[in-house]
Design a protein around this ligand. Structure first.
Ligand code: GLA
Length: 700
């Protein structure tokens, strides 16, 4: 099947993804684009017969006919618009005139112009043979040719709008959270309202994350239709989901947040980030796996690599870092099997706590009298790679950089500059700031054998002004993110061995945009294994385990004060990209020996966890399947006396195959494991856990 087909007679385009189709057409008469279908495969002929919404029955209902592909404020339409634009004469909305379209493999670009205003709109679509994800984005161009032509004023330019077929009762799934409590899954009925999910922070945010899933109230982990979408953007963003009184449901979303205004001048273009959509008939589990597979195939920079076992010094040493202390930790980390040693905050400038030094990116001569080379050499000698914490977008007012360039931060001339964690945000939208950041990062990586950067971002924007740009200051909300991406992209291009971890106070910058140029995300600063269960469950809804950084740290846990067994801490962290973050100098020889065994166990199951398909199990467990191998991580947090331990029903196995438990040698039938479950040998007491490794040994 062609990925894109076009029927010129009916002016219909069909995008054919792996198991689904997306079909749109031009309206007769006015050329406005309208979605016909998003769901299982339909031919254009079939899609043409999808029932239209009933015509508006009275003057108050306006003229909108539903399923607008890219709603503007045109005519008498009153639903939320994806494009808010104002022209010089005060006109708003778009009068669509179709120009042409191009198809290049799975990429379809459809071009219109406004009938009376100097505006061209291109809607882009891209599908892949191996995925049900439809990538969409939009492009605007001011077609005026004279510099005297008035600019276009933009208030909202969404990447795409998504409409759903009629179902009686949609639900919406999304995540909420906070620092140390990211990605908490919530699933609620979609209200008859405009529901806004947004970040106004300049960064993706901890409090929600730019994806949604909608289902007709009947989807389970294994079954049912789920429509979802995720935005590839790491700055402010907004989604507006709308359920009208007639049960019409659509949502649109893109970069930026309400209230921003910027202008497009003659000849200028505006391109939105990708807003990717996915239809799956395989429930929430199938939806998550389809997103994971899409990211491995089309988003992540190095999908085939295994993420190394990291040791990170933050919880061990805080800001109190020096050469001898880090070397001591490095030796212990290598001893338990770490493969990458990351020195966190505190190594540079006058940084001895969070009040000073950010912006002065040379190593502290007191802590590192001979620079970073001796430590890096030692880490390499121990057989590990070396990584370093950086926070390039930030500055402490108490720093040489700020004293030299107070105008480099986001600021408004008549407003106080609000510090958070004693720091201000550098305006990366300024070319000189982005060039400075690239120059020092490039020098750092060139002059040292640095294999890995943990790129942090520890506060949201405030007083986000750019005085030099006057009325167009709001551009900074977009340009800052583009320049962060550009610096990361250049560093990776010039240093192909370099790997990057995305961090913003933990999981404040996890999204498809940053994942296109980083290798993993620091999921949360909260390393409590019990709290992590819910955080990881929410993270897994969209993002794959191979990107989910998970460290084992000390007890009592610094966040919760909770003490749980080392083995439980490891087992929960083994569900992602395992790391260690505790003060190993305080671990007993027994603990270090146990840790070494558990790290070795992780290395054994790592290809399955990181490259396999993930199944969330009913009850307390998660399963990964890769080729013949299946790994199950199971736990019980705090059972009451007499609570049964039911067998754990596995998913996605071959019912006709037998599976050998690598530890016990016992053989299980796939059909029984899926229908009745795997008996669990979890000891009594709190925080019991186990890792089960199964191997398919053929049918029978
Ligand atoms: C953030 C990160 C932590 C650590 C500190 C250092 O909070 O999420 O992991 O790097 O900054 O200041």
């Amino acid at each position: 099947m062609n990925p894109v087909s076009y029927d010129p007679h009916h002016r219909i385009w069909a995008l054919n993804a792996r198991n689904s189709s997306y079909v749109l057409r031009l309206d007769d008469g006015d050329d406005a684009p309208r979605q016909l279908h998003w769901g299982p495969h339909l031919t254009p002929e079939q899609a043409l017969t999808t029932p239209p919404l009933p015509p508006p029955g009275n003057s108050f209902a306006g003229t909108a006919r539903g399923r607008e592909e890219y709603p503007t404020e045109a005519g008498a339409s009153y639903g939320p618009a994806a494009l808010l634009i104002r022209f010089a004469d005060g006109s708003r909305g778009v009068e669509w005139q179709y120009l042409n379209h191009t198809v290049d493999g799975g990429h379809l670009a459809i071009r219109w112009r406004d009938r009376r205003q100097p505006l061209e709109i291109v809607l882009h679509y891209r599908v892949y043979e191996d995925s049900d994800v439809v990538e969409r984005w939009a492009e605007l161009r001011h077609t005026g040719t004279s510099a005297d032509d008035a600019p276009l004023t933009l208030h909202r330019v969404d990447s795409a709008a998504w409409s759903l077929p009629h179902r009686p009762d949609y639900r919406i799934s999304h995540v909420i959270g906070a620092w140390g409590r990211e990605t908490q899954l919530r699933r609620t009925p979609l209200p008859y309202a405009e529901l806004v999910l947004t970040s106004r922070r300049g960064v993706t945010g901890h409090d929600t994350n730019p994806w949604v899933m909608l289902d007709a109230g009947d989807a389970t982990e294994d079954t049912g239709e789920v429509w979802s979408s995720a935005l590839a953007w790491s700055g402010s963003w907004h989604f507006t989901a709308w359920r009208a009184q007639d049960d019409q449901v659509r949502w649109s979303g893109g970069a930026g947040h309400d209230g921003l205004t910027w202008r497009l001048r003659p000849g200028e273009r505006w391109q939105t980030p990708v807003f990717a959509g996915l239809y799956s008939a395989d429930g929430f589990g199938g939806t998550s796996r389809a997103w994971h597979t899409y990211q491995a195939g089309h988003v992540l920079p190095q999908p085939d690599e295994l993420r190394p076992v990291v040791y990170n010094s933050w919880e061990a040493t805080g800001f109190d870092v020096d050469e001898a202390g880090q070397m001591r930790l490095a030796a212990l980390a290598a001893g338990v099997g770490a493969e990458l040693f990351v020195m966190d905050d505190g190594w540079f400038g006058a940084r001895r706590d969070d009040t000073a030094g950010l912006g002065d990116w040379t190593s502290n001569p007191k802590a590192f009298p001979d620079g970073l080379h001796p430590l890096i050499d030692e880490v390499h000698r121990l057989g590990m790679r070396f990584g370093l914490w950086v926070e390039p977008e930030m500055v402490n007012p108490d720093s040489d950089l700020y004293r030299r360039h107070p105008d480099w931060v986001l600021h408004m001339p008549s407003r106080e500059r609000t510090t958070l964690r004693n720091q201000l945000v550098l305006n990366f939208a300024r070319p000189d700031v982005a060039a400075w950041a690239h120059a020092w990062l490039n020098r750092l990586v060139t002059d040292h054998a640095i294999d890995f950067l943990k790129w942090d971002m520890n506060r949201p924007f405030s007083e986000a002004g750019w005085p030099e740009r006057g009325e167009d200051a709001d551009l900074l909300w977009f340009e800052h993110v583009r320049q962060v991406y550009a610096v990361m992209d250049r560093l990776r291009a010039d240093h192909p061995h370099l790997r990057i971890e995305a961090c913003a106070g933990g999981g404040g910058r996890a999204d498809l945009g940053v994942l296109a140029r980083t290798d993993q995300v620091w999921t949360s600063d909260n390393t409590d294994a019990v709290d992590r269960i819910a955080i990881q469950h929410g993270y897994s809804q969209l993002y794959p385990a191979r990107t989910m950084g998970a460290w084992v740290t000390d007890c009592p846990n610094p966040f919760t004060g909770r003490t749980v067994p080392l083995r439980f801490r490891f087992h929960i962290a083994m569900a992602g990209a395992l790391g260690l973050g505790g003060d190993l100098t305080r671990w007993t020889p027994d603990e270090l020996a146990e840790a070494a065994c558990l790290v070795a166990r992780y290395k054994d199951i790592r290809p399955v966890v990181q490259h396999g398909l993930q199944y969330r199990l009913d009850g307390d467990g998660v399963q990964y399947a890769h080729g013949d191998r299946t790994v199950v991580i199971a736990w019980r947090v705090a059972p009451a006396h007499g609570d049964p331990t039911p067998p754990l029903r596995l998913r996605g196995l071959d019912p006709a195959a037998r599976y050998r438990d690598e530890r016990t040698g016992l053989l299980h039938h796939g059909a029984v494991l899926m229908h009745h479950g795997l008996p669990l040998d979890l000891s009594a007491g709190d925080h019991a856990s186990m890792v089960i490794r199964l191997n398919a040994v053929g049918q029978g």
